[in-house]
Design a protein around this ligand. Structure first.
Ligand code: PGA
Ligand code: ZN
Length: 421
């Protein structure tokens, strides 16, 4: 039984305020969970409630969300069983009363939702992944490590937001992680030798000023080879264009202004996609088109969906309403799952279920603003989907998730599974 729910304001990895929620049970269990925060957010994401008080944290304080947990949500949850996740999540959705959680804030609601799940797991003496996923869950996700950052995550000359190395051919998670960490360090040497910057962006990847977006991919391929791995066999490439961030109308116009690539149409973007997929060992491509360009997205998938995973992030925002439309219209073939885009654990699981039922893949993802909370690692194992996106081999808020996955792999021992498809 829940005896206390209490929130506080903490800082995320960008130094911006976010919400941490503590939940206590009558058996002495006390746990906490912390909420992440995005930068390249989709228009239809659940609302992250910020105070707007310019006198505190440049308006980004979350004291209103904290107060909503303490004064509005907490009194309703006292006495409920922490195991009643779906009931608790539904109660919070009703209390909020809006489709995008703008009354209480998705940051308030998600913090409680995550902390309740962790409290129930702890109380049962189960690891979080086992509580959420059951005994069948023993697949460790393949990591997509974001080793070059651009777009909204870095102040450089690269339009594409994320260039990821994916150890899809590795025999285990641990070996896969090692291969991409080695690639990351080799990449640093290459950048240094060319006089390029090796400071990191929000997700811990390098953020050099390269001559073009292609150069980012080509440099990563060089790093993979120099590190002793085979591009396209041991390690593949994943991209997140986050195309909404360079589409002024969030639709059919694309301005590759950082790299000097000019103004492109949806058709140009699709042609560019085909060229790159022909030329490079690309496994998955997220948000290749902007969130309102459903038709462009569909055509991209029609052309390339049989060769790569076309992943919708900003276009679906982990919301079954948009995923359902995507499935009907064949807009993509995969979904990025971010808990704070929708705002509860239960709705995130619903989104995963919808993907599974449609034969779509799903990628469990962090946000560019993260905390030391490792909930995501357990959630990814529990969802049994086989892919996680949680940043580079630097910045402890990213490494914390990798370290948690190493722990889970060790715990599962010989029963652990690791495979791409
Ligand atoms: P965000 O970036 O957390 O800034 O939205 C991550 C992504 O776009 O996948
Ligand atoms: Zn994205």
């Amino acid at each position: 039984k829940i005896t206390a729910v209490k929130a506080m304001e903490i800082l995320d990895s960008r130094g911006n305020p976010t919400v941490r929620v503590f939940v206590a049970l009558n058996d002495g269990t006390t746990v906490s969970a912390s909420v992440p925060s995005g930068a390249s957010t989709g228009e239809n994401e659940a609302i992250e409630l910020r105070d707007g008080d310019a006198g505190r944290y440049l308006g980004k304080g979350v004291l209103k969300a904290v107060a909503n947990v303490n004064a509005v949500i907490a009194p309703r949850l006292i006495g409920m069983a922490a195991g009643d996740q779906a009931t608790i999540d539904e109660l919070m959705i009703d209390l909020d009363g809006t489709p995008n959680k703008s009354t209480l804030g998705a940051n308030a609601i998600l913090g409680v939702s995550m902390a309740v799940a962790r409290a129930a797991a702890t109380s049962l003496g189960l690891p979080l992944y086992r509580y959420l996923g059951g005994t069948a869950c023993r697949r460790i996700p393949v990591p997509a490590m974001n080793i070059i950052n651009g777009g909204a995550h870095a102040d450089n000359s690269v339009d594409i937001q994320e260039f990821m190395a994916v150890p899809f051919g590795a025999p285990s998670f641990g070996e896969g992680l090692r291969s991409i960490a080695e690639t990351f360090h080799t990449l640093k040497k290459i950048l240094k030798s060319r006089g390029l910057a090796t400071g990191v962006g929000d997700e811990g990847g390098y953020a050099p000023n390269l001559a073009s977006n292609e150069e980012a991919i080509e440099t990563i391929i060089e790093a993979i080879e120099q590190a002793g791995y085979r591009p396209g066999v041991d390690i593949g490439i994943s991209l997140d264009s986050a195309a909404s961030s360079f589409s002024p109308d969030l639709g059919t116009t694309y301005e590759l202004s950082r790299s000097g690539g000019g103004r492109l149409s949806s058709s140009d973007m699709i042609a560019l996609g085909e060229r790159w997929v022909d030329k490079y060992p690309i496994l998955t491509w997220e948000d290749p088109l902007a969130e309102n360009d459903w038709e462009g997205f569909r055509r991209f998938t029609e052309r390339l969906g049989h060769r790569i995973d076309v992943v919708g992030d900003d276009i679906f925002v982990t919301n079954t309403r948009y995923i359902e439309r995507g499935i009907q219209e064949k807009t993509a073939n995969s979904v990025l799952i971010k808990l704070n885009q929708i705002g509860t654990v239960t709705e995130s699981i619903d989104a995963v279920r919808m993907c599974r039922d449609a034969g779509w893949r799903y990628f469990i993802s962090h946000r560019s603003g993260e905390t030391e909370d490792t909930f995501l690692a357990d959630f990814a194992v529990a969802m049994d989907g086989g892919q996680i996106k949680t940043g580079s081999a630097s910045r402890s808020e990213r490494i914390a998730k990798y370290n948690r996955l190493l722990e889970i792999e060790q715990e599962l021992g010989a029963t652990a599974l690791y495979y791409w498809k």
